[in-house]
Design a protein. Structure first.
Length: 245
């Protein structure tokens, strides 16, 4: 595993002397709060491991939505972040290759007439998404006839779907499955409408050498089994380690 990073690269990532990592608690695959109230998860483990590689202390900057997490990195209020790759987010952020692949799925009421993903995009149909999430950005481009409604965050999607009488909820498969099991009377449509590629990113202004160092770190973490072990340790199922680049 490569660990030698130049002083210039370390400085590029740590203008405050610490590695500020933007953590999104809105995606349960990546992060959540432990019993002690502290952030934990795959992204937290990766942030700490990268800080160790740089030889600095990590500082977690925690947000409840992906959109806020992205904005923090774009504004250079954080030095790295963990995001789904999307063309819109590429403005101002340099992404690594993905480290985890996650399925985006649709959820409906148990008595819904909908049986297939292809039936969702129809005139008059309403689809609830988490504002600023990867699937919000994707479905905003892809859905031509259905109307998109936006919940304040990804964890709030199913409750907003119920409260506003939407026909479909869209989100991360594991979050939807957990909500369906907790609330009852709901089911997922078979298959998926997208594969979400979760990657690390850093402000574009930090330069190509810093971006390359972060990309190399992600490849090391996948190849060494670190990401797979982190998924196991945090009890995450249904997410796959992305292939090495």
């Amino acid at each position: 595993m490569s660990t030698a990073l130049s002083a210039d690269i370390v400085r590029a990532f740590t203008p405050t002397g610490r590695l500020r990592a933007s953590i999104n608690l809105g995606n349960p695959i990546l992060a959540g709060r432990g019993a002690d109230g502290q952030a934990k998860g795959v992204s937290v483990d990766l942030a700490r491991a990268f800080a160790e590689r740089l030889g600095v202390e990590p500082e977690l900057v925690v947000f409840d939505t992906a959109g806020k997490s992205v904005d923090a990195v774009k504004a250079e209020q954080a030095d790295i972040g963990f995001f789904a790759i999307d063309p819109l987010r590429g403005e101002g952020i340099r992404f690594t290759a993905p480290y985890v692949l996650i399925e985006g799925c649709y959820l409906v009421r148990a008595d819904s007439a909908l049986q297939d993903n292809a039936e969702v995009d129809a005139a008059g149909r309403t689809v609830m998404v988490g504002k600023g999430s990867a699937y919000d950005l994707f479905l905003t481009r892809e859905l031509k006839a259905a109307t998109i409604l936006r919940a304040p965050s990804s964890p709030a999607v199913v409750q907003s779907f119920l409260d506003e009488q939407a026909e479909v909820a869209a989100g991360v498969k594991q979050q939807l499955e957990a909500d369906a099991a907790r609330l009852g009377g709901l089911r997922l449509l078979p298959g998926r409408f997208m594969v979400i590629q979760q990657a690390m990113g850093t402000p574009a202004g930090r330069g190509p050498e810093a971006a390359a160092a972060l990309a190399g770190f992600v490849e090391d973490m996948k190849a060494s089994g670190f990401v797979a072990e982190a998924l196991r340790r945090h009890g995450i199922t249904g997410a796959a380690v992305a292939p090495t680049a």
